[in-house]
Design a protein around this ligand. Structure first.
Ligand SMILES: [Zn+2]
Length: 173
């Protein structure tokens, strides 16, 4: 019988949980979901960029696209070309280079203008060459938590808008 992906994950987590504590201890615990989560994922194992990707001020759609970008999971043309789904990998926005994450969000003349404009509006002087260093910069910056949330929301919105524009070009081709 085929089990669903979710069910398999729940069973896997249960097994992992059992390896941490025994049933006797478990019944004596004042258990909460948060305590269970911390047991399975101690704070030091959390990725450093999760606060920026899932920031409180981020629009959920923007967070998802930013997360996929960070994981290099967006279906940019280079990816699809590599597995022979499409015949060419040229950038939909400029046609001058191969469309991969780095080009699409940072090196493409279109996204470069968007980033420049955003940075000017924010008065933000930071190098913007790739998504990970940018998120790390925000996470380590010596600014208030609120300002970090604002910067993260701007990055997420910028990435989302470039991806949306790129998809609109694809649809109207
Ligand atoms: Zn381009």
């Amino acid at each position: 019988m085929q089990s669903s992906w979710y069910w398999k994950k729940i069973v896997a987590v249960k097994e992992k949980f059992k390896s941490f504590i025994n049933a006797g201890q478990f019944t004596q615990l004042d258990y909460s979901i948060k305590k269970g989560y911390l047991l399975l994922c101690p704070p030091q194992t959390r990725v450093s960029w999760s606060n920026e990707i899932w920031g409180r001020l981020n629009v959920p759609n923007h967070s998802v696209i930013l997360w996929l970008t960070r994981l290099d999971r967006l279906k940019a043309k280079q990816r699809l070309h590599k597995i022979r789904v499409i015949p060419d990998s040229s950038c939909l926005l400029c046609g001058q280079s191969e469309e991969n994450i780095e080009h699409l969000f940072f090196k493409c003349p279109f996204s470069n203008r968007c980033i420049k404009s955003l940075k000017e509006k924010l008065g933000w002087r930071v190098k913007t060459e790739a998504i990970y260093p940018l998120l790390r910069w925000i996470s380590k910056a010596k600014v208030s938590r609120f300002k970090k949330q604002v910067l993260a929301a701007f990055v997420a919105a910028g990435v989302y808008q470039v991806w949306k524009t790129r998809n609109e070009v694809l649809w109207f081709q």
